[in-house]
Design a binder for this molecule. Structure first.
Ligand code: HAM
Length: 432
């Protein structure tokens, strides 16, 4: 039997990981610039955490969780990060230590969804959660963080959707209004939505089925049910976004698939990508009741998470990563010893260095260095008997001889200089 990766779970090979590193580094930088610090929670949590926080009638809890029994306990591999972070926030009594906390996380999440482009069973999220500030100002700043991040990594074709679900009993009143609206057309709804109708009619608005979309055309809008305070919160959010110059659309059909949200909801969707229905790059919102429902104090919270596979499929890759700084080609036995020593010296100076120990003709070895994307080739052939090496800059094709003594430092300087000069540093490596 052929052993393969589990369906919907992908290997990310070193070539691809380079792009991930750049994306993750950019995310960390943005989050940290906004005052967020990283939190790492376990991949496994008790099943009850997700059932209670995400909601029993959501798709995630109803059919997508990887849950199992062990030592008499039901455990679940995390399908998302918000409930875990909130659990940790309450468990470690963070509210008693600081009034406002800003946490971010990066890591794999697991949902047994039907795999498609942009939809996997193991996928990676980067997210931020902010505890302790109820104001619309931080909602706007958070949306701006996401929009600024996308711009920074070269994604400009996206649209920000915002909505408010209100607080208190607004959701319950909206549920009632939708129930009344959809019940007479129950037969026209998809099978899933017929089932959802009594339990969670909001989810019908979120459905991908065309029949449900048609049925929802005249559905009541939540905006008319918002109370004064909720309406003001939402208006201030829209005002702040306008001041910040973040373009957005108010989308009363935006409900999102998780039950914990209150007030602000937002999504960022790619407008030019081949992700099809999986074009939501980022989703988030306020969940002012979660901390209290986990046994903590009354602390408001807001957060978002973005899907890294979807972002990588959307972002331009022109500034492709480069190969090693120095690529050493030992041509003879004596060259091999010198190459080992020179490589050690170069790495101590911070130069990424590889030795091609496979031997062969010089032309073949130079070809390999090109394909590897190296910046500088160091040839250790007959010349080492004279105490020198030949150093070739691959971008400019210039070659020079350098004394072995001191060659490492000169190579390191050359690389530093070429990295500072855009013309030679950004040689694209093409699609690899
Ligand atoms: P979510 O909308 O379920 O929200 O997921 C957030 C993002 O994760 C999606 O917009 C998408 O980019 C990505 N994503 C979700 N499922 C998959 C999948 N199967 N394959 C690939 N990418 C996927 C949450 O998870 C909330 N915890 C967000 C949040 C944080 N709300 C408040 N704080």
């Amino acid at each position: 039997m052929e052993l393969r990766a589990v369906r919907g779970m992908n290997d990310i090979l070193p070539d691809e990981v380079e792009h991930w590193h750049r994306l993750e580094t950019a995310f960390r930088r943005h989050a940290e610039l906004h005052g967020y610090a990283e939190v790492r929670t376990p991949l496994l949590e008790t099943t009850a955490l997700f059932v209670r926080q995400i909601g029993e009638t959501t798709d995630v809890v109803e059919k997508e969780m990887y849950s199992f029994e062990r030592h008499g306990e039901s455990l679940t591999v995390r399908p998302e990060g918000t409930a875990s972070a909130a659990r940790a926030y309450v468990e470690h009594q963070i509210a008693a230590k600081e009034p406002v906390s800003r946490w971010y996380y990066l890591g794999p999440m697991f949902r047994g969804e039907r795999p498609a482009k942009g939809r996997y069973r193991q996928f990676y999220q980067a997210g931020c959660e902010l505890y302790g500030d109820a104001g619309p100002l931080c909602d706007a700043e958070m949306i701006q963080l996401v929009a600024g991040f996308f711009q920074d990594i070269g994604i400009s074709a996206f649209q920000v959707h915002v909505n408010s679900l209100g607080s208190g009993d607004t959701r319950a009143r909206y549920r009632e209004a939708l129930l009344q609206y959809f019940t007479p057309m129950r037969d026209k709804l998809s099978e899933d939505s017929q089932r959802r109708l009594d339990k969670n009619p909001l989810r019908i608005l979120d459905s991908k089925s065309q029949a449900d979309k048609d049925a929802a055309v005249g559905a009541p809008s939540i905006t008319s049910l918002l109370d004064e305070a909720d309406r003001e919160h939402f208006e201030r959010l829209c005002h702040h976004l306008t001041v910040l110059g973040v373009p957005f659309v108010v989308d009363p059909t935006l409900v999102r698939g998780l039950d914990y949200y209150t007030r602000t909801l937002f999504e960022v969707r790619a407008t030019e990508s081949d992700l099809g229905a999986q074009n939501t790059l980022c989703g988030g919102g306020r969940y002012d009741g979660m901390i209290e429902s986990l046994g903590g104090p009354k602390v408001p919270a807001i957060g978002f998470a973005m899907g890294l596979e979807r972002i990588l499929a959307t972002m331009p890759r022109t500034a492709a990563p480069r190969g090693p700084g120095a690529y050493l080609l030992p041509l003879a036995a004596e060259g091999a010893d010198k190459a080992l020593l020179l490589a050690r010296e170069l790495r101590a100076l911070g130069v990424t260095t590889e030795i091609d120990g496979r031997g062969g003709k010089l032309k073949t070895m130079l070809g390999r260095a090109e394909r590897r994307g190296a910046s500088i080739c160091v040839i250790l052939g007959d010349e080492v008997s004279r105490g020198v090496v030949s150093v070739k800059q691959l971008a400019t094709r210039t070659q020079e001889e350098l004394s072995l003594d001191g060659a490492a430092r000169i190579i390191a300087d050359r690389l530093r200089m070429s990295a500072a000069t855009p013309a030679s540093s950004a040689e694209p490596r093409g699609n690899r």
